[in-house]
Design a binder for this molecule. Structure first.
Ligand code: ATP
Length: 375
């Protein structure tokens, strides 16, 4: 029995999550997977009514689940960041979801931002999710001497930085610290190499900028070499600027890419454009030994909320990613195939790619295909 918490959230979140749940319902019945869902009403409405973002008790409840399926968070009535940081980031850190998995798969029938028909884009980005330049350590100092004590606290380690700055000649200076630890790199690299094995890829591409940011990405590279040896799979090093170039000119060359946090954030949005737009992009925040959370890459898109215009494919593929991560890869593959079939047939297209199919009709088409192929 899988226990899954569902947070439909804000904006288009509830609409796309509804379709993902319908697909999961059919897939799990066909494959005899028993899933117990618990829906949690977190998001703007809950926050505006109660003043609460997420309670400790809710987090504790989530800790009893196998996974969390999330729609989207964010609402114009709430200050930007309150819900996104208060829920998403809090859960990401609480459950130590150190892998951000973002498959970039271009399906037939979908217009990519790239020209040329029949492109075979199938990249899987494994983005480190807890370190690098996103540790939130930095300061702004004025002229003269100033001291800051910055602390990085993680479940497995703690680091204190005592930084003194003696600023001469200019008024203001700001700095931000990037952190890579051997521990943080090793665990995400192990995940990437395991993924390469599972997806029959003989090479993992490591993305960095070790020619300029020599310290943190120097350590990252050392760990890549060790992980490559540990797993018996080749690795290659690519600078982030070269990867951006190749993603546009020849994305077919990449299979599994592993990247530090910041570059992963940027490149995967480029990836979303290559796979047809935000509406098609799934993601997982994964702790292989803990509670993982799956969500479409898009936000709450308040401009189209409630109108039936949202593309539910990213949410449906996120549900498939959840099944895959929880050990039901056959079932996940069946959902992906149903999505692929419907998109290839070209009869159903949501407005984001120039069609008129509504959110629920897109869900219907995928559910019907899934039922047909399972018979
Ligand atoms: P956030 O800051 O919450 O991540 P964002 O600024 O990235 O949000 P989104 O809410 O993801 O913005 O969406 C940007 C625009 O893309 C939306 O306003 C909407 O028009 C379009 N969009 C996003 N997701 C979808 C979808 N699933 N289907 C159709 N259009 C979408």
């Amino acid at each position: 029995m899988l226990r899954v918490a569902v947070i439909p959230g804000d904006g288009i979140g509830p609409e796309v999550t509804k379709e993902a749940l319908r697909v999961l319902d059919v897939a799990s019945r066909e494959d005899s997977i028993s899933i117990e869902f618990e829906e949690l009403p977190l998001g703007a409405a809950h926050h505006l009514k109660t003043g609460e973002v997420i309670s400790d008790e809710t987090i504790e409840r989530l800790g009893e689940k196998d996974a969390v399926l999330l729609g989207a968070l964010g609402d114009p009535r709430v200050k930007p960041g309150v819900l996104e940081k208060g829920i998403l980031l809090r859960l990401r850190f609480h459950f130590d979801q150190y892998v951000n998995l973002r498959p970039v798969l271009l399906y037939d029938g979908i217009p990519s931002a790239l020209s040329g028909d029949g492109r075979r884009i199938a990249m899987r980005f494994v983005r480190e999710n807890t370190e690098d330049f996103y540790v939130g350590l930095g300061a702004r100092v004025g002229k003269g001497i100033s001291k800051s004590e910055l602390v990085l606290k993680r479940k497995a380690y703690e680091a204190k930085f005592d930084i003194g700055v003696d600023l001469k000649d200019v008024e203001d200076l700001a700095y931000q610290i990037g952190v890579v630890t051997s521990y943080g790199a090793r665990r995400v690299l192990d995940y990437a190499f395991e993924l390469a094995k599972a997806k029959h890829s003989d090479i993992v591409t490591s993305v960095d900028k070790a020619n300029v940011l020599t310290e943190i990405y120097g350590l990252w590279r050392e760990e890549v070499v060790k992980a490559s040896e540990r797993h018996g799979i080749m690795s290659e090093f690519q600078y982030v600027d070269a990867v951006a170039l190749h993603m546009v000119r020849n994305p077919e060359r990449f299979k599994v890419l592993v990247t530090p946090n910041l570059f992963g954030d940027i490149l995967t949005d480029l990836g979303a454009a290559l796979q047809g737009g935000l509406g098609f992009a799934p993601s997982g925040n994964i702790n292989p030994e803990g509670v993982s959370m799956f969500e479409p890459v898009h936000g709450s898109a308040p401009d189209i909320a409630g109108l039936g215009l949202a593309n539910p494919v990213g949410a449906i593929l996120s549900a498939a990613l959840m099944l895959d991560t929880l050990g039901h890869s056959d079932s996940a593959a069946r959902i992906e195939k149903a999505v692929q079939d419907v998109l290839r047939a070209g009869k159903h297209k949501t407005p984001d790619i120039g069609g008129t199919t509504s959110t629920s009709n897109m869900g219907d088409a995928i559910v019907e295909n899934l039922k047909k192929t399972s018979c």
